[in-house]
Structures are given as C-alpha cells and as structure tokens.
Design a protein around this ligand. Structure first.
Ligand SMILES: [Zn+2]
Ligand SMILES: [Zn+2]
Length: 188
C-alpha cells in the first residue's frame, strides 16, 4: 500500500494536503533557520535546555499549532547538530523513529549499513533488527508491515513502532517520508 493511502484512506482533501507536504516542510525549515533560540542551561536533551514557553510563542507565529514542536526540534537540530545520548536523540530525548538503510559497496560484496534517525534530522549508528526503544535484537522480535515506500516494524517486547527505509537521494524526500511516517504512527 502507498504511504499516503495508509495515512488518508480515501479522504481526497487529506491526499491533496500530503502532496503539498514537501513544499510546506521546506518553508518550515526556512523558519527553523531564523527561529530565535536561546539555551538557558546545559541540560540534555537540547529541547530541555531552552525557554520552551517563549520559544513556543515564537514558533506559533509562523507555523500551525500541530507543527510547533516539530519546528522547534528542527531548529535545534539545524543550529546545534544531532547525535545520541543514552540511546535517545540528543536534541529531542526520544528514541529513533526511522531506520535508514544505506547500501555500502565493499568491493565484491554489498552490505547494508543501518542508521537511526529522529524526525528532527539527528542520526546515529545502529544495527538491523534492533529496537530503538528497548534495545531488543533479532528478526524474530518484530512484526513487519510492508508499505510501498517503507516498512513499519513493531517490537514484540515493548510494542514500539518505527519505520525502516532505504535512503532516498533527495534530503527533502527523506524528511517528507519521515514526517508522513510520524503522521501514520500517530494513527495506528
Ligand atoms: Zn530529535
Ligand atoms: Zn522494543
């Protein structure tokens, strides 16, 4: 099934909105670059180190309410860079929600490299068949749902759901898939 259909069903207005998503996300990134962010402590994740009330007010002026937190997380990532702390995103404090698979040519053999990704853009190394939330490993620990653009994995131990996709060439496409995944996981 197509990812868009999985999110919207037959709702035409919803499908039309998703078509505009890449353009919208580019605009959000432009706002993210100029969002006034001041860190008031050294606390991690980064999102805990800012004056969140003031930053939210600032963000609400430029994006719809449901994208306020997304804008702030994206702004923090663009300003300070990403990374991992205690197996959680250093920016947001959340487990990865998407695993990106990259083909690596090692000469005779081609191998897959797995990278954990948070919706803010932060990435860090991981391995295949490893739960980003509870760290359980092994193919048998997951239920897998296939969609056209990606797979959804559900951890049998902790119930955490996340996506897995091959790395698209275009960064905006990657961000679009990740946001769509978030929209879908909110639903299922
Ligand atoms: Zn993050
Ligand atoms: Zn788990």
């Amino acid at each position: 099934m197509e990812l868009d259909k999985a999110i919207c069903g037959e709702d035409l207005e919803c499908l039309e909105e998703l078509k505009q998503l890449p353009t919208f996300l580019k605009k959000v990134d432009d706002h993210a670059k100029y969002l006034a962010i001041v860190r008031v402590s050294d606390e991690l994740p980064l999102v805990k180190s800012i004056d969140i009330k003031k930053t939210r007010e600032e963000a609400e002026r430029v994006v719809p309410r449901e994208f306020v937190d997304y804008l702030i997380r994206r702004a923090l990532y663009l300003k300070y860079g990403g990374g991992v702390a205690n197996n959680r995103c250093k920016v947001c404090g959340e487990p990865a929600s998407l695993i990106i698979l990259r083909r690596q040519d090692t000469g005779i053999f081609e191998s897959l490299v797995a990278e954990a990704r948070c919706i803010c853009g932060s990435t860090w190394p991981t391995e295949l068949w490893r739960c980003p939330n509870c760290d359980v490993r092994g193919r048998e620990s997951f239920e897998v749902y296939l969609l056209d653009e990606l797979r959804i994995l559900k951890c049998k131990k902790c119930g955490y759901k996340f996506g897995e996709a091959e790395q698209p060439q275009d960064p905006i496409r990657l961000q679009t898939i990740h946001v769509k995944l978030a929209l879908l996981l909110r639903k299922i």
